[in-house]
Write a protein that binds this ligand. Structure first.
Ligand SMILES: O=C(O)C1=C[C@@H](OP(=O)(O)O)[C@@H](O)[C@H](O)C1
Ligand SMILES: C=C(OP(=O)(O)O)C(=O)O
Length: 427
């Protein structure tokens, strides 16, 4: 893909419908659980992107039979019944947080030595809370370097602990990984979160997918989970379209005064990020929640003060809607966004300022003032969500280019084509 892509402004409100590709979070959960299950699982509606390829490849290296048919959005997994066939593996996780966190927990139930690593940014993304949780549970788990980040080495001959404690203050993915591994452990396990838990809807998603494959989990107290060692049963499982990806299309309706329908999502979707629609409604938009689609209707926007802890992947989207609202917008409680693909608080504020928008950085978020973006090239810091959200500015003002558009391949390789199709009505 080229070095940058210039976004063409739209001349009228965007009206249309779109079905984003499958959810990254659900695809990677279903893959891990299918690998642990008894029998065969066929996944449909899966996402074909770097993050899911990395997960599928790593499971293959662990000796699980994973047959991808990405052309048909399908993957078949022969579950190994709670065993990890390979006794040794070096797993490359690129910059996929879900992959490295879920796989680290998965490796704990193996029998051998496993090393997990990723790209330069992944080596700056903390994993020590998960490593400490496993170490306290009797696994020889270490961070290879001195910065509490990957590479991680796991030496294990199975997990035999009945209580695991984990911190959830930096990422919920540590807890999700432990929860998903637990039904395959040697005994029932209580997993307790110590302190704050960010991104809670992802835990509810984890529990729901686990239950769909037969897991039995209770939450006797908030953030304390009792998981039975029942194993999982393979099945056919369909993945919802990605709700975080949908946020960009809902935002298109919001900023152009149009009407955009996203197919395949609904109020009770497994992904908490459908809650982004509520944020747009708070800003003044209309919304229709249908049984198998959600429509956002763009109306005059007003700035809001919003806690986005539970829907933090959509904070960048909201930050790129905010300049077009009347009044300031304050985004709170997303300090965990500083340790994702890039420091997403600093990067968003820097790039809004580069486009001439007045924005301030806070420890936990940002304030954005109304303004009209000026022509510039937006830096994207190898963060797919920087590229996808800042494209919105270019729909409103001429001369906005997005550097390194290929970085969307992490979760949405065809994003710019889909955006073009929606905005220009090209089929
Ligand atoms: O469990 C998941 O699928 C995810 C959890 C979130 O991470 P944190 O829990 O680190 O906020 C989110 O940002 C990420 O894109 C996907
Ligand atoms: C934070 C993200 O991904 P991950 O943590 O899975 O790398 C994301 O997709 O926005």
């Amino acid at each position: 893909m080229s070095d940058s892509i210039e976004i063409q402004p739209v001349s009228s409100p965007v009206c249309g419908s779109i079905r984003p590709p499958g959810s990254k979070s659900l695809t990677n959960r279903a893959l891990m659980i299918a690998a642990l299950a008894d029998g065969t699982t066929t996944l449909t509606g899966v996402l074909d992107s770097v993050d899911t390829q990395v997960m599928a490849n790593a499971l293959g290296q662990l000796g699980i039979l994973v047959e991808t048919d990405f052309a048909n959005q399908s993957i078949t997994v022969q579950g190994a019944g709670g065993k990890i066939p390979a006794a040794k593996a070096d797993l490359w996780c690129e910059n996929s947080g879900t992959s490295i966190r879920f796989l680290t927990a998965l490796c704990a139930i193996g029998n051998g030595t496993y090393r997990l690593d990723g790209n330069e940014r992944m080596r700056e993304r903390p994993i020590a809370p998960l490593v400490a949780a496993l170490a306290n549970a009797g696994i020889e788990a270490t961070c290879e370097l001195t910065n509490d980040c990957p590479p991680v080495v796991i030496k294990t001959n199975g997990l035999n602990a009945d209580v695991i404690e984990v911190s959830g203050a930096i990422s919920s993915q540590y807890l999700s990984g432990l929860l998903m591994m637990a039904p395959a452990a040697q005994c029932d396990i209580t997993i307790r979160v110590v302190g704050e838990l960010v991104s809670r809807p992802y835990i509810d998603m984890t529990l729901e997918v686990m239950r769909s494959f037969g897991a039995v989990i209770e939450e006797p107290e908030p953030n304390q989970f009792r998981v039975k060692a029942t194993g999982y049963t393979g099945r056919e499982y369909d993945i919802e379209p990605d709700a975080s990806a949908a946020s960009y299309f809902f935002a298109v309706a919001a900023i152009t005064g149009g009407e955009v329908t996203v197919e395949g999502l609904h109020r009770n979707a497994l992904q908490g990020d459908v809650g982004f629609v509520d944020a747009l409604v708070e800003m003044g938009c209309g919304a229709k929640w249908n049984t198998n689609s959600i429509t956002v209707i763009g109306k005059p926007l007003k700035g809001i003060d919003i806690d986005m802890n539970t829907i933090s992947d959509t904070a960048q989207t909201l930050a790129c809607v905010a300049p077009f609202a009347e009044g300031t917008t304050r985004i709170r409680n997303v300090a965990h966004n500083r340790v994702k693909e890039t420091d997403r608080i600093q990067a968003v504020v820097d790039e809004l300022q580069r486009a001439g928008i007045n924005a301030e950085e806070h420890e936990d978020g940002m304030t954005i003032h109304p303004g009209s973006p000026q022509s510039t090239t937006i830096h994207t810091y190898d963060d797919h969500r920087m590229a996808m959200s800042f494209a919105l500015l270019g729909l409103k003002s001429p001369g906005i280019s997005i550097a390194d558009p290929g970085c969307t391949s992490k979760t949405y390789p065809h994003y710019f084509e889909d955006l073009e199709r929606l905005c220009r009505g090209v089929q």
